[in-house]
Design a binder for this molecule. Structure first.
Ligand SMILES: *Cc1c(COP(=O)(O)O)cnc(C)c1O
Length: 399
């Protein structure tokens, strides 16, 4: 630890902020005895969440991963199907594809914004697939290709116009993983309001948290009803224990939903905090040779979930591994991105397009402290540490 940072509190990567009505609502759960998986807060959280993202319906789930699992079933993905997933992502969406017995096809990301690259998807669909008895099949595996699962990474948004166009042309269902990008907009519309099945997560480091939990949004009332049914053990009779099919216990509890309602009341405040943090990093870290700052595409208003930079390049003095260590020595928690899925032992043997960009981004990217409660002085400490490590100690002029 350098002298400057010795004895200072560690700065975590991304921790929840619990500063609103959480306590009052939890007390209400205890006082009314609604502590389990039904209760007024579940209904309210679903209603308020749908309103917040501009979707007609929202169905709460026990996690974002559970939301993805059920959304793929709702989208009609069957065992043996293939589903396009970006290689650069947290593992949950790829796992969800496997839970339904389908096979992920890993697609590269674009090197500028790191989202699923429509050109890579198009190359798979147009060069490696063909039509057989009315449906699209992977010519090599012989399996039907039935869905695409774009992941809106790091608070930004995937290029849905291009992905939607490809999906339309090839009859693919779309399930959006918006778990990292609650509050972001794409072409002026909030993620979750596209009409596609969209999934959200409320684990501890997401924009809002319920401790753990998730949500599916849709505009289709029949899909919403089926989502509720599948996530509640597919019970068909209100009294008798009669189950129409094999369902899941993927319910969110009233206690978790109570926390969610309180968190949702702070959504705009949290989004403003994330934007402020991104702006301060952009100013404080400008013009450091060897450090590339993120930028949102023109048609995306990012939620800036985790501010993630790229380290290195030609002649760079240090790489992201070294930077991670140097920041850790100063009590600053940074984190690499996820191992690309086409290299993951969990998905060994999967089909993948060439994924050079995913590999390059993974090799060089590092997420910086981005908690909504990050204070200005803590953020200044991070900025100064980075300038110090890179040997450019004076902030850029005018700052
Ligand atoms: C957080 C996250 C999820 C879901 O996480 P849960 O812990 O299951 O709520 C899914 N996909 C991505 C990309 C995520 O970052």
């Amino acid at each position: 630890m350098s002298t400057r940072d010795r004895g200072l509190e560690p700065i975590p990567l991304c921790v929840p902020r619990v500063a609103g009505n959480e306590g009052a609502y939890l007390l209400e759960c205890l006082e009314t005895n609604y502590v389990s998986s039904v209760g007024p807060f579940v209904d309210r959280f679903e209603r308020d969440f749908a309103a917040a993202v501009g979707a007609r319906h929202a169905v709460a789930t026990s996690s974002g991963t559970a939301a993805l699992h059920v959304a793929l079933l709702l989208a009609g993905v069957r065992p043996g199907d293939e589903v396009l997933v970006p290689s650069l992502t947290f593992i949950a969406p790829a796992n969800a594809v496997r839970y339904v017995g389908a096979h992920p096809v890993f697609i590269d990301v674009d090197p500028g914004h790191w989202q699923m690259n429509p050109a890579s998807a198009a190359e798979f669909l147009e060069r490696r697939c063909g039509r057989a008895s009315g449906s699209l099949v992977n010519l090599e595996s012989g399996r039907p290709v039935t869905a695409v699962l774009p992941v809106h990474l790091l608070g930004h948004a995937a290029p849905m116009a291009e992905i939607g166009e490809l999906a339309g042309r090839h009859d693919l269902a779309i399930v959006e993983d918006a778990t990292e990008s609650l509050g972001a907009t794409y072409r002026g519309r909030k993620l979750g309001s596209s009409g596609n099945l969209s999934c959200f997560s409320f684990n501890g480091n997401k924009l809002i948290t319920t401790g753990g939990g998730g949500m599916i949004t849709t505009d289709d009332p029949a899909l919403a009803r089926r989502a509720k049914y599948l996530t509640t053990q597919a019970k068909t009779d209100p009294i008798e224990f009669i189950h129409g099919e094999v369902g899941f216990n993927y319910r969110l509890t009233n206690i978790q939903a109570a926390v969610g309602c309180a968190q949702l009341e702070c959504l705009d405040e949290y989004l403003a905090a994330k934007r402020r943090i991104a702006l301060r990093y952009a100013g404080g870290l400008a013009n450091i040779p060897g450090l590339t700052l993120p930028a949102a595409p023109g048609d995306v208003e990012s939620a800036w979930w985790l501010y993630t930079v790229r380290v290195g390049g030609i002649g760079a003095a240090l790489d992201r591994r070294e930077l991670l260590t140097r920041l850790a020595e100063r009590g600053i928690e940074a984190r690499p991105l996820w191992q690309p899925m086409h290299l993951s032992p969990a998905h060994a043997g999967s089909i993948a397009m060439p994924c050079e960009a995913a590999e390059e981004v993974h090799a060089s990217a590092l997420s910086l402290p981005s908690s909504t409660g990050l204070t200005e002085s803590d953020q200044t400490r991070v900025v100064n540490a980075l300038r110090d490590i890179f040997g450019t100690s004076s902030p850029p002029a005018g700052d």
